[in-house]
Design a protein around this ligand. Structure first.
Ligand SMILES: [Zn+2]
Ligand SMILES: [Zn+2]
Length: 344
């Protein structure tokens, strides 16, 4: 039995039924001005961390609660967003293992102009983690090589420790474009109105990387996206381990920040007996405590829209009636959900 869901409902449970957010967009006056650039827009395809919510083998209070409907929470697929500047062509950030389910739940990404078609014009990888890359294999039917944007480090990990690019070469293959953090903004075909600036973040490399526990710049990215016409700015970083000055600066100058919400506390997985790993050891800054994400988000200008994404299934903020969620509400910090639409 699906849990009772508040207002928005779980978009991916509803199949192809458009969300309330879709209706708002379609009825907005932007459509009336054909040919004019629309505002940059983000569709959250998956808002959970690796494992999703509920995680298949987990019976923690939250996973069990959402499965049985005993808590007010919504199910979430694994981490991915899509960004558009024209409402037709989309840039996919991370290819989640849940991508097929996500595309079914978001028919806007299928423009249906030909027998075989997609609205996805490029795929950007923020790191080489399984929950952000496995979906590439699900896109193997592509007629053309997949336009893939990632760093040399991520490309190497996906060619060696987790050699899915080698597997993909037997199908569509990829057309690789190297992202170089620190080298400034790049234009990505398909998002002609947006400049993308990759930033090196301190996080961790995947377990199958030779750089595990000794990451280098390029293992994990944040992305600053700036709308050329209107100047609106979005900062996206689903894996953020340390609030370094260049990260804080990118966040402080953004209109919307969509950042790492993996865990509430550093020892959360240890406390519930799920794992011996801390949030920080996995490259995720916890929300609570000294130097936590809430503290940093509190330093941003009051006009900044602050949204947590990549939520682990052990994170108590998933319980919409829990004290941690109430705290976020009081601070004006949002929690991303699948199907969430953010217009800048
Ligand atoms: Zn992840
Ligand atoms: Zn769980």
């Amino acid at each position: 039995m699906a849990p009772a869901l508040p207002d928005h409902g779980a978009a991916w449970n509803a199949g192809a039924v458009p969300t309330a957010g879709d209706k708002d967009i379609e009825s907005s006056d932007h459509d009336a001005r054909a040919g004019e650039p629309r505002p940059m827009r983000v569709r959250v395809l998956g808002s959970a961390a690796g494992g999703g919510f509920p995680q298949w083998n987990c019976n923690c209070r939250l996973c069990e609660g959402v499965r049985t409907g005993s808590i007010r929470a919504r199910a979430r697929t694994q981490s991915s967003i899509a960004v558009t500047s024209d409402g037709c062509d989309w840039i996919l950030f991370n290819a989640s293992p849940d991508i097929l389910q996500q595309l079914k739940a978001n028919p806007e990404l299928q423009p249906a102009r030909a027998l075989r078609d997609t609205g996805i014009r490029a795929i950007v990888l923020m790191d080489a983690q399984i929950d952000h890359t496995t979906g590439l294999l699900m896109l193997r039917e592509s007629a053309d090589a997949l336009p893939l944007w990632c760093t040399a480090q991520v490309h190497e990990d996906l060619s060696t420790g987790n050699p899915l690019l080698g597997v993909l070469a037997h199908y569509a293959g990829v057309d690789w474009h190297e992202l170089r953090p620190g080298a400034g903004a790049v234009a990505i075909p398909g998002a002609d109105g947006i400049d993308f600036t990759p930033l090196a973040l301190t996080s961790n490399a995947p377990p199958y990387s030779p750089r595990r526990d000794a990451p280098v710049p390029g293992d994990t990215l944040g992305m600053l996206m700036v709308e050329r016409a209107g100047g609106r700015r979005l900062f996206y970083a689903p894996g953020l381990g340390a609030p370094e000055p260049h990260v804080i600066e990118a966040m402080a100058t953004s209109d919307v920040v969509l950042v790492d919400g993996t865990m509430w506390s550093d020892e959360e997985m240890i406390a519930c007996g799920a794992s011996a790993k801390t949030a920080r050891s996995m490259g995720h800054l916890p929300q609570s405590g000294d130097g936590g994400m809430l503290e940093w988000l509190g330093t941003l200008p009051p006009t900044t829209r602050r949204v947590l994404i990549h939520i682990n299934n052990t994170n108590p903020i998933l319980d919409e009636d829990g004290p941690e969620r109430t705290r976020l509400n009081e601070l004006g910090i949002e929690v991303a959900y699948d199907g969430m639409d953010i217009a800048l």
